[in-house]
Write a protein of this length. Structure first.
Ligand code: DQA
Length: 140
C-alpha cells in the first residue's frame, strides 16, 4: 500500500470560509472525503496534516520524509518566504509535489516566486482543489 500525505500550511484550515471567490466554498475535510472516495480502489492510503506553524510543518516533513511514498504540499504563504521549508524538502527522500489552489501567477507579484518549486518533483497551480487529486494521481 502506497502512503501519501497531503500537507497544508497556514490559513488553509479556513478553506470554505476564506475568500471563497479565490479558494472555493468546500472545506478541506469535505474534500478529503471526496478524494478518498476517488482513490478507494487504488493501492494508496491518503492522510492529511495541516498546521499554521512553520516548525510543525518542518517536523512533519522530517517525520514522514523517509518512510512515505509521496507528499502533496501546499505550504500557503510559506511557499513565498520559507528557505527552511525548501531545505527540508531538499533534505528528505520522499518526492514532494507543490500544489496551489489558485493560479498564483495571475495574482500579486509576491506570489510569483516559490522557494519550494526548485526542490519539488513538480508543481500544480490554479486548478482549485482538483490540483490535489492530480498530484495524488502522479504517485498512484
Ligand atoms: C495558496 C497561494 C498562496 O499564495 C497563499 O498564500 C495561500 C494559498 C493557494 O493554494 O493558492 O495561502 O498556496
Amino acid at each position: 500500500m502506497l502512503q501519501v500525505m497531503i500537507i497544508n500550511g497556514p490559513n488553509l484550515n479556513l478553506l470554505g470560509r476564506r475568500q471563497p471567490e479565490i479558494y472555493g466554498e468546500d472545506t478541506f475535510d469535505d474534500f478529503m472525503i471526496h478524494l478518498k472516495g476517488k482513490f478507494v480502489d487504488s493501492d494508496v492510503e491518503l492522510s492529511y496534516f495541516q498546521s499554521n506553524h512553520e516548525g510543525e510543518l518542518l517536523d512533519k516533513l522530517h517525520e514522514i520524509g523517509w518512510s512515505y511514498d509521496g507528499i502533496v504540499l501546499n505550504a500557503g504563504a510559506y511557499t513565498h518566504t520559507s528557505v527552511a521549508l525548501a531545505d527540508a524538502v531538499a533534505a528528505i527522500e520522499t518526492p514532494v509535489i507543490e500544489v496551489h489552489i489558485s493560479n498564483v501567477h495571475k495574482r500579486e507579484a509576491f506570489r510569483h516566486h516559490s522557494f519550494l518549486s526548485p526542490v519539488c518533483e513538480g508543481v500544480i497551480v490554479g486548478f482549485g482543489l482538483r490540483g490535489y487529486e492530480l498530484a495524488v494521481q502522479y504517485f498512484v
